[in-house]
Design a protein around this ligand. Structure first.
Ligand code: PRX
Length: 579
């Protein structure tokens, strides 16, 4: 708990653009969610719809013809859509879904790369009161099956290339009535032939709007469900933390397969009327700088792994591009190291503003406000209307400078409403009146929060959340494997990489004594996970071992694997079966 952090002082008079929030402490003290309800538009009957607020409400203002989306694909293919375009196309998409029998409350999942139909269909689903889910485009058969089965999804929206991955499991998904292929020859016509008028569903603020599967330590991924009222959190954080202004060009580099892409590439950003850029192609530092320069991006929300990759490509490269329009830069998803902030200041003349939040919290929680000083390495302070605390295992507040669980007082608009069909899992998040995040940290005397690590075995690799259980399950499907234990291993570039400890069947254990064979088998196992689970969730390191450390009840002790890997003390082993 080092208190000697370097401080980046803010003087808001020197900022190019005056922030939407110029004072934190008093605003925080006097804030109440009830007083800001009218930041959203409510229907005269007191009901709401997220999609109306994100898109259609702008049709009554000059924003109607403002660009909502600049889209660029892998081959420099470009498209652009106004808010009126998105409103019209999502109406047509909604009508199409209705014609296929989709009704309020049905789950409709989108499994697409970042193409325009992803954004259009997401809004269309919300308009008709169905529950929208997204699936990251790196998912393979097993990951898709688990999510579609648990959610009982009725329709899957995908493209020709990705649809192949669902073929083998489709007949095991009796609820899945239809797979919609958006690049089928006639699909554009099918959408164009729909009515552009749609009677938008009026929803209760607590009605479910969208869901996202995310990983914990144990069991299959869980379906985190958010309500329509969640938009209030997303809207206000986009306004005050992303600091969206009317003239901004905003680029969020996340994928809507994850929560950041939903909350800040569709919902909160559009509800503030932001013009945003979506680049669906692969990462390269050159390409990213070109996007920043070509679109004259002013506000940029990205992730620490990306920043480290940009750092690795050096200072000289930055100078080749005109990045003079950038005025506000932010990061999320993993710890943002002070070096990255210092580097940002050096090459962009701007400090990355770290934000902390989770799929479950639905919006930013601990944040660096544009008007507040930044303590390098800290996640900042609680957002307006958020009561944050460090608590012990029983949910007792610990005060400053003590390590514990990062916890929040329940009740903010975007707090998850349930875990789909696993109420006991949902309930387990709450202890003594606190929502327990699963992260450990501490706060300093000035109320800044600092990250220490996860309190469970969840892995963060390149900012993406991976559950060890899913990877272990995929590994044991391979004929050579008896069992596997999977951990996150610290990695300079990716934050963590996935490392698997694998116990082989005796005949394979014999064969891997030959080094060359061992290498081949490792590659095969990594490929196996890539092919069956997900392209991003495979082990980059594999070690063969004779036995996994386990509790007497047979639970794999990943904590011990990790301590051994890192050469750290192993700690209490009294509950171990043998060791
Ligand atoms: O461990 C924390 C880490 O990411 C987890 C949440 O992951 P996910 O639900 O995928 O949402 C990510 C994007 C909102 C957290 O429990 N995390 C997120 N932001 C930070 C972070 N760790 C350190 N610093 C952050 N700023």
């Amino acid at each position: 708990m080092d208190n000697s952090a370097q401080v980046y002082k803010k003087n808001i008079d020197l900022l190019k653009v005056k922030p939407n929030l110029t004072e934190y402490e008093n605003t925080y003290k006097n804030f109440s969610w009830d007083n800001v309800r009218n930041e959203l538009e409510w229907f005269p009957d007191g009901k709401i719809n997220i999609a109306y607020n994100a898109v259609d409400r702008h049709l009554n203002s000059p924003r109607k013809d403002k660009i909502a989306l600049y889209w660029e694909g892998d081959n420099a293919e470009k498209k652009q859509y106004t808010f009126a375009d998105i409103a019209r196309l999502s109406n047509q998409f909604g009508n199409f879904l209705k014609s296929r029998g989709v009704a309020r409350g049905d789950r409709v999942f989108i499994f697409l790369p970042r193409i325009p139909y992803l954004y259009i269909s997401f809004i269309g689903i919300l308009k008709i009161g169905a529950i929208a889910g997204t699936l990251f485009s790196a998912f393979q058969e097993q990951a898709l099956f688990d999510r579609l089965e648990n959610s009982g999804a009725k329709v899957l929206i995908t493209d020709k290339e990705l649809a192949v991955r669902i073929q083998n499991v489709r007949e095991k998904l009796p609820n899945l009535k239809e797979v919609v292929i958006v690049d089928d020859e006639n699909f554009d016509n099918t959408i164009q032939s729909q009515s552009t008028d749609l009677a938008m569903e009026h929803m209760d603020q607590n009605d479910y709007a969208f869901m996202l599967y995310t990983s914990g330590t144990t069991g299959k991924p869980k379906g985190v469900v958010h309500r329509h009222y969640a938009l209030l959190s997303e809207h206000l954080t986009a306004k005050y933390i992303l600091d969206i202004h009317e003239e901004d060009i905003y680029w969020c580099t996340a994928d809507p397969g994850w929560v950041t892409g939903i909350a800040y590439e569709i919902l909160g950003s559009w509800s503030n009327g932001a013009t945003e850029v979506v680049y669906s192609g692969r990462f390269s530092s050159e390409k990213w700088y070109q996007i920043l320069a070509d679109y004259k991006v002013t506000v940029w929300y990205t992730a620490p792994t990306a920043v480290r990759m940009l750092m690795a490509s050096g200072d000289e490269l930055v100078k080749k591009y005109d990045l003079s329009h950038l005025r506000h830069i932010l990061s999320v998803g993993e710890p943002l190291n002070p070096e990255a902030i210092r580097w940002g200041l050096k090459v962009y003349g701007l400090a990355f503003h770290d934000t902390w939040w989770q799929t479950e919290t639905g919006a930013m929680m601990l944040v660096n406000f544009p008007c507040n000083d930044i303590k390098l390495g800290s996640m900042g302070k609680p957002f307006l209307g958020i009561t944050a605390e460090i608590v012990d295992d029983s949910g007792n507040g610990l005060g400053a400078k003590t390590e514990g669980h990062i916890a929040f007082k329940p009740g903010w608009p975007s707090m998850m409403q349930t875990i789909w069909q696993r109420q006991e899992k949902y309930d387990s998040y709450f202890v003594n009146g606190w929502y327990i995040s699963g992260d450990r940290g501490w706060k300093d005397e000035d109320g800044y929060f600092w990250f220490i690590g996860r309190s469970d075995d969840v892995i963060k690799t390149s900012g993406e959340r991976v559950g060890p259980f899913e990877v272990e399950s995929a590994l044991v499907e391979h004929p050579a494997v008896i069992e596997a234990g999977v951990i996150g291993k610290p990695d300079e570039l990716r934050g963590e990489i996935i490392k698997a400890f694998v116990v082989l069947r005796p005949e394979f254990a014999q064969k891997v004594k030959d080094q060359a064979y061992a290498e081949t088998l490792k590659q095969e196992l990594a490929q196996h996970v890539k092919k069956h689970l997900a392209g991003h969730a495979y082990p980059r390191e594999i070690e063969f071992i004779d036995k996994l450390p386990k509790t007497r009840s047979g639970k794999i002790m990943r904590r011990i694997l990790k301590a051994k890997e890192l050469g750290q003390p192993i700690g209490d082993t009294s509950t171990l079966e043998e060791y």
